[in-house]
Design a protein around this ligand. Structure first.
Ligand code: ADP
Ligand code: MG
Length: 358
């Protein structure tokens, strides 16, 4: 038997089958990167639970589908909405579901995975602990945490180990994270609770006030993704907004233009711009000269707003560029950290009195 078992066990022990999983536990979307496969899960960070029994009914896509349509005894929750892990049990069941899904996709039985999870740079000790515990409870063999801006920078391919300073701006659903990184250290950081969700809310309010039309959150997001912009467009666009007319109470629809939507979103966009300026203000002169070379790298779903790059170029007077595949940077970066633990270990977040080997 030894001869037949030998190759399998050797492969197993050599780590051939070991699972390195990088996770971006985002406020809007959770992504999972598996070593050797890339992004295998990309689903909304939504959970539907039974209010009374607290039982999990749906996670991810199927949960988001139910938003606004749930029966009275169900509630749809985004456990990380504000970038804070306020709902430990729900975060845990979400992680369990996603880690379980990776296992189901595997052809051969998989060992318990090693996971690295991106967390907001402003996370408190309690929140870090909650994510770590949730990952371990969800079946991880080892769990590591990394600050999202660092993971995003690694995923974007920025040379964060070098002396040269680089700036990364990650605009997600619930939070915008701004960080200047030099020699692997976060020198300056800002975390702002204004990002994609807030822009949706701006659009919803604008259409309600101007047209007495109440649209849903998902309609608002669709409008933003289709025609939302931060800078005048060469060809301005229009889209039909559908909702309920607040005067008649009946279904209604109107045409809105990208000019109107830009006006609606502008106050929030300006706050994001000013936060970046504010962070730049604090950058020491030597690093400013680095930034003149390296520019500002944009990541996260919200950074895909039309015209954001020219808007920031104008306002910041720096080179601004979009990371390749901006929505997957954090998950890919977290995965790269695990695959190169020797090189990146020092970037992991330590937990106070913790079992983390970081
Ligand atoms: P998080 O990391 O917080 O989970 P993501 O990086 O996944 O967030 O980004 C989600 C946000 O990006 C949402 O607000 C979504 O509406 C927005 N978004 C996604 N694609 C686009 C797009 N093409 N244009 C503008 N916003 C977008
Ligand atoms: Mg994110």
């Amino acid at each position: 038997p030894r001869s037949t078992l030998f190759p399998y066990t050797t492969l197993f022990r050599s780590g051939f089958f070991s699972l390195y999983i990088g996770i971006d536990l985002g406020t809007a979307n959770t992504l999972v990167n598996v070593h050797g496969k890339g992004i295998v899960i990309n689903e909304p960070s939504w959970v539907v639970i039974n209010k009374r029994s607290r039982e999990t009914i749906a996670v991810g896509y199927s949960a988001k589908e139910m938003v606004g349509r749930t029966p009275a005894n169900y509630v749809a929750i985004r456990p990380l909405r504000d970038g804070v892990i306020s709902e430990f049990e729900i975060t845990k069941s979400m992680l369990e579901y996603f880690i379980g899904k990776v296992h189901q996709q595997a052809i051969v039985p998989m060992p318990r995975p090693r996971v690295c999870i991106g967390i907001p740079s402003g996370a408190t000790e309690v929140e870090k602990r909650a994510v770590y515990d949730a990952a371990m409870a969800a079946g991880a063999r080892e769990a590591y945490l990394i600050e999202e801006p660092r993971a995003a920078a690694i995923g974007a391919g920025l040379p964060i180990n070098e002396v040269k300073g680089t700036m990364i701006v990650d605009i997600g659903g619930g939070t915008t994270e701004v960080a200047v990184i030099s020699m692997g250290e976060i020198v300056i950081s800002r975390s702002l609770r204004i990002a994609g969700d807030e822009l949706d809310e701006d659009i919803l309010q604008y259409i309600r006030k101007k047209y007495n039309l109440l649209i849903g959150e998902r309609m608002a997001e669709q409008i933003k993704v289709a025609i939302g912009s931060a800078y005048p467009l060469q060809n301005e666009l229009t889209i039909t907004a559908r909702g309920r007319n607040l005067i008649t109470g009946l279904p209604g629809s109107i045409e809105v233009s990208s000019v109107e939507i830009r006006e609606a979103m502008n106050p929030s966009i300006q706050i994001i711009v000013d936060t970046i300026k504010d962070a730049l203000d604090e950058v020491p002169p030597e690093l400013v000269s680095d930034l003149l070379d390296s520019g500002v790298c944009l990541a996260g779903g919200g950074s895909q707003i039309l015209g954001l790059v020219p808007r920031l170029k104008d306002e910041l007077n720096l080179r601004v560029w979009m990371a390749d595949d901006p929505m997957t940077c954090v998950a890919r970066g977290a995965g790269l950290v695990l695959e190169n633990l020797g090189r990146y270990k020092r970037f992991l977040v330590g937990l106070e009195r913790s079992a983390s080997k970081g």
